[in-house]
Design a protein around this ligand. Structure first.
Ligand SMILES: *Cc1c(COP(=O)(O)O)cnc(C)c1O
Length: 340
């Protein structure tokens, strides 16, 4: 059976780097959406807890319920429900309408759209949103934003930052008038954290960097992160074909000489994106994929019982013309995760 290994030492190493940058562990909220970026929701939750993190970020309430016992503080990015939720849950308000879809006493973080134009209220809706939330007896526990291009070296990051700075000023005036306190402010994802000279918000939301990557053009600061996930596949059978015979669906890979190879137990049905004769993956100096990937099978010019397909996902992401996030989150949750 193909399986994934999660390298605990590397994960803790990355968390050391992030919590140092964010000043302490309390300031790091680990982002666990999409099965913890393919690493395994429960596996990563238990490791994060063991490391000493207390905050997590997920996409929906269902995920939050699964990891409730691991964290003291869980931010839910995009889900609402009219039911009484755990006091450790904090629901994101992405539009004013969300307020009506929540039960009294629910904790909320108001998300501000400072320029990404994906989710969140407009900056000039802050005051009306706060008033409406108070009318509905919701607890405002946070205000945050998200950068659209913290990984790109341009001024965009700075103008979003300056809009959020104005929001903070405005917020402190409103809070003073309304006697609200203890609102947590946050804006940084992984790339933004490594652009901050002197981190000073209440926490940061760290996904990719915890898993060992940062898509960051910043030449001034390249953190020494280590990939956490390796994908391994096992041999189903070996076979020998003659020169001129082909391998797999479509038969595009044609042997230029007699050759022995093996079929391995992974395919695009497992979330390993399909490769082809033209787009083949060079696994190491000697071994490469052959022909079209099947749903559950893939051929490699090897007879080894087990092959590690990657420790670092970047070359494969590059081959597929995509980003590490997509390859990692595509890995099927049913593949066994083993912590090493
Ligand atoms: C996914 C996500 C993050 C984490 O981003 P990384 O680049 O993986 O660190 C942070 N905040 C929000 C709102 C997100 O959706």
């Amino acid at each position: 059976m193909s399986y994934i290994t999660i390298n605990k030492q590397n994960f803790f190493h990355n968390l050391d780097i992030c919590s140092k940058r964010a000043k302490c562990k309390e300031n790091v909220a680990i982002v666990l959406k999409d099965n913890a970026y393919g690493h395994g929701l429960l596996e990563i939750s238990s490791l994060a807890k063991e490391y000493g993190l207390t905050k997590a970020v997920v996409q929906n309430i269902q995920e939050a319920k699964k990891i409730q016992s691991y964290f003291e503080y869980i931010l839910i990015l995009a889900d609402t429900k009219k039911e009484s939720l755990s006091h450790s849950f904090h629901i994101t308000i992405n539009s004013i309408d969300d307020i009506e879809h929540l039960e009294e006493n629910t904790n909320i973080h108001i998300k501000i759209d400072t320029g990404m134009h994906r989710n969140g209220i407009a900056p000039n809706e802050l005051e009306s949103t706060i008033h409406k939330a108070i009318e509905q007896n919701l607890n405002i526990t946070g205000v945050f934003t998200h950068f659209k291009s913290a990984d790109i070296m341009s001024s965009v990051y700075f103008w979003q930052k300056s809009i959020f700075r104005d929001i903070k000023k405005n917020l402190s005036l409103i809070c003073e008038q309304l006697n609200i306190s203890e609102i947590k402010l946050h804006s940084c994802n992984s790339s933004a954290l490594f652009r901050e000279e002197n981190f000073s918000e209440d926490f940061c939301r760290i996904g990719l960097a915890a898993y060992g990557y940062v898509e960051n053009e910043n030449p001034l600061y390249i953190p020494d992160l280590k990939p956490v996930l390796s994908l391994n596949t096992q041999k189903l059978s070996s076979r020998t074909i003659k020169k001129g015979q082909s391998i797999g669906y479509g038969g595009n890979f044609v042997a230029s000489e007699d050759m022995t190879f093996s079929t391995y137990d992974i395919g695009y049905g497992d979330g390993f994106k399909r490769l082809s004769n033209e787009r083949y993956f060079q696994i190491n100096k000697k071994e490469r994929t052959l022909g079209n990937t099947s749903m559950d099978n893939m051929s490699i010019n090897s007879t080894r019982e087990e092959i590690s397909l990657f420790d670092d996902v970047r070359p494969l992401a590059k081959l597929h013309n995509t980003i590490s996030y997509e390859i990692l989150t595509s890995l099927n949750p049913s593949i066994k995760r083993v912590i090493v």
